[in-house]
Design a protein around this ligand. Structure first.
Ligand code: SF4
Length: 288
């Protein structure tokens, strides 16, 4: 069995930066907390916990320790509340997410309603909506466009969750225009997709054509990992999403000669190495 690796995969610049900042901070303070998981990856979270960084679920759990804002960012109201509490804050928001937040703020100030094409329950989307002063909507799919209120402003600004695919965002904007052309007086589309994500997706698509099965590594909650699995399936390849090497089932490999491996932006190199080692072990044991 041959194992091929995607040309680009694993930790993106934003996650690497956030983890580095947090590791550095834990060297200077014995205990700090992060508002939510640093990244959607349990192994990384566990490693940081060993260094003294605990995860808290909400602002109510903040006491006097320094608080880290994660790479996904938070709303303007949360930033304000942390300031009001007077705690020391380590802001590791990815600069690409900060750009989305600033666009949401600017569009609102200029009188636009803001539509974010993305998952309303995702932390990044909630944070970006929170910079738009209430006049913003998260729409996860084309099918949800009819749920937009009919009396919303006629000037509309559209952003995307950074981890969406280029083709899905383009389809969404096209469908929005088709369905709302009668009420839209001005439409501004800001490309807030992340290059790290789009180039990982392109590398995954390319690899999908060279193999007969893909293993996609990443946290179960990770949006960009889900999208990676999705784009490889769109290329007609079987894709199994795993969080760690332990999730791989020997039966998946039966009858497959070439296995491709890719990993989401919050997946550390150690998890990728462990998956490749497990695949080699199963191959040596004759699983394929
Ligand atoms: S995927 Fe892109 S936007 Fe998200 S943290 Fe990584 S670099 Fe930043």
């Amino acid at each position: 069995m041959e194992i091929l690796l995607a040309k680009e995969m694993g930790f993106c610049f934003g996650v690497r930066r956030a983890v580095d900042m947090m590791e550095e901070a834990t060297e200077e303070t014995s205990h700090m907390v992060s508002l939510g998981s640093v990244v959607h990856n349990p192994q990384v979270v566990a490693q940081l916990k060993e260094r003294g960084l605990d995860v808290i679920a909400s602002l109510e759990d903040v006491s006097s320790q320094p608080v880290a804002i994660t790479a996904h960012g938070v709303s303007q109201a949360v930033v304000q509340e942390l300031e009001d509490k007077g705690v020391s804050v380590l802001d590791t928001t990815c600069p690409i997410v900060t750009r989305s937040q600033q666009w949401a703020k600017r569009l609102t100030e200029e009188g636009f309603a803001v539509i974010v094409f993305g998952d309303p329950d995702h932390k990044e989307t909630r944070g970006v909506l929170g910079w738009a002063d209430g006049n913003a909507y998260a729409i996860p799919s084309i099918d949800d466009i009819p749920s937009l209120p009919s009396d919303m402003p006629t000037r509309i600004g559209v952003l995307s969750q950074t981890t969406e695919t280029e083709s899905h965002f383009a389809d969404f904007v096209r469908a929005l225009l088709e369905q709302r052309m009668d009420v839209i007086s001005e439409l501004r589309v800001i490309n807030t997709l992340c290059n790290a994500t789009t180039s990982q997706q392109a590398a995954a698509r390319e690899l999908a054509h060279q193999v007969d099965m893909m293993i996609v590594i990443g946290g179960r909650e990770s949006a960009n990992t889900h999208h990676l699995a999705e784009v490889t399936r769109e290329e007609g390849t079987i894709a199994h999403q795993v969080e760690s090497a332990d999730d791989i089932q020997a039966a998946w490999l039966e009858g497959h000669e070439r296995i491709g491996v890719t990993a989401g932006a919050s997946t550390p190199d150690s998890a990728i190495d462990a998956v490749v080692a497990r695949l080699r072990e199963l191959s040596d044991n004759g699983a394929s």
